[in-house]
Design a protein. Structure first.
Length: 382
């Protein structure tokens, strides 16, 4: 089928489900720590990571090992997600798996072990009949979309547009640290401070960086979260590229980057939201939409981890659901309160297993990229 996806809820026909094969470590460097800043920030008994530095006094990258059992169970759960979607009549595409012996990737002045194409919502934005590869913010994910290239090529051959945003160099000084600096001032500082940027002969100043998961697609309207200058530059590019074919609505610092565990649209006029206060951050035309706010996540619904296990998401990650149609939602089976809340609002809930969502930084919306939905471009704010 031809590429066609304008929103987050219309009947789903085709989707890409990411791959978790050989996801055995995190590459810790300034780009990684900045990206996950909100969820590396505080210590507590369960809500945020209990974290110690692997190496003191260095700004070099280092690999943070993931226990093999967790990686294998993640792989099982992602394969189960693909099976569930196939059983619902959705055509499922898969990326090239990352080989176990993948060579390091490198840019101008940096090197990193590559990451498998798991959270594929991040580095690609589908708008109608166009694939837009966005500007990556994490060095280890710089070539991640190459693992999706065969799928994108098929859609391109069938008539889709295929665009790539300008690629950043990703030196230390490419990153705007204002969000982290403001948070340290007003919120007491992170568990681990962000290392000071080191100069590079390749510095060009702040560069554009934006993830697809910072964007809510609502037909002709697209909401984009802006936390700092890197996002603003990329949003400027997106707005000029779309050339008034879509309305871009900027929201500011709803999160450090992604907003799909803060708010998701389940159908026209209905949001699933972390808390009611998110309404005030939205553009005025969307403040009239209904907010479904589930109960606060319970600690006993999450696995217990050791101090050496790096947690990358807040407990609200399970709001990262995936809509199959305006009435059907895939939800983590470990979230009975969320399931009951959605069922009370008239949704059909499909429970799916996902155990280690806090270790790998994603939920069902993150793990997928819907490429074909049965819809057309609509204006929901008229």
């Amino acid at each position: 089928m031809r590429l066609n996806s304008h929103d987050e809820w219309s009947p789903l026909k085709e989707i890409i489900v990411g791959s978790a094969e050989n996801y055995l470590s995190h590459e810790r460097d300034i780009s990684f720590d900045l990206f996950h800043f909100d969820n590396l920030r505080f210590r507590s008994d369960w809500a945020y990571p209990r974290l110690t530095r692997a190496r003191e006094g260095t700004t070099a990258s280092h690999s943070w090992e993931i226990k093999r059992r967790y990686a294998e169970e993640l792989h099982e759960d992602v394969e189960g997600l693909a099976t569930v979607l196939t059983g619902l009549g959705v055509t499922v595409h898969r990326p090239i798996p990352l080989p176990p012996d993948a060579a390091p990737i490198s840019g101008l002045g940096w090197q990193a072990a590559p990451t498998p194409a798991l959270n594929i919502r991040d580095n690609t934005l589908i708008i109608g009949d166009e694939i837009i590869e966005t500007s990556p913010a994490i060095r280890s994910r710089y070539l991640e979309t190459r693992l999706l290239a065969p799928i994108f090529t098929t859609y391109f051959n069938d008539g889709a547009k295929w665009t790539t945003m300008p690629r950043p160099i990703l030196t230390d000084n490419s990153f705007d640290l204002s969000y982290t600096r403001d948070a340290q001032t007003t919120l007491g500082g992170p568990t681990e401070p962000i290392d000071e940027p080191q100069p590079s002969p390749y510095d060009v100043g702040f560069e554009m960086m934006l993830d697809g998961a910072q964007c809510l697609r609502l037909g002709r309207d697209i909401v984009v979260n802006i936390a700092h200058e890197n996002h603003r530059l990329a949003c400027d590019w997106l707005e000029r590229h779309l050339d008034n074919r879509y309305r871009i609505h900027r929201v500011y610092r709803m999160a450090d980057n992604h907003i799909d565990s803060m708010i998701l649209a389940l159908r026209p006029g209905v949001f699933l939201a972390r808390h009611e206060g998110i309404r005030d951050l939205l553009p005025e035309p969307l403040q009239t939409w209904k907010m479904i706010v589930p109960p606060t996540p319970s600690p006993d619904r999450f696995p217990s981890y050791d101090d050496g296990d790096l947690l990358l998401t807040s407990p609200y990650i399970d709001l990262n659901v995936l809509s199959v149609d305006p009435d059907t939602v895939l939800v983590n089976e470990d979230c009975p309160d969320l399931m009951r809340t959605l069922e009370s609002e008239g949704f059909t809930v499909v429970p799916v297993r996902h155990r280690h969502r806090r270790l790998f930084g994603g939920g069902f919306h993150c793990f997928t990229l819907d490429t074909v939905r049965d819809n057309q471009l609509e204006d929901y704010l008229e």
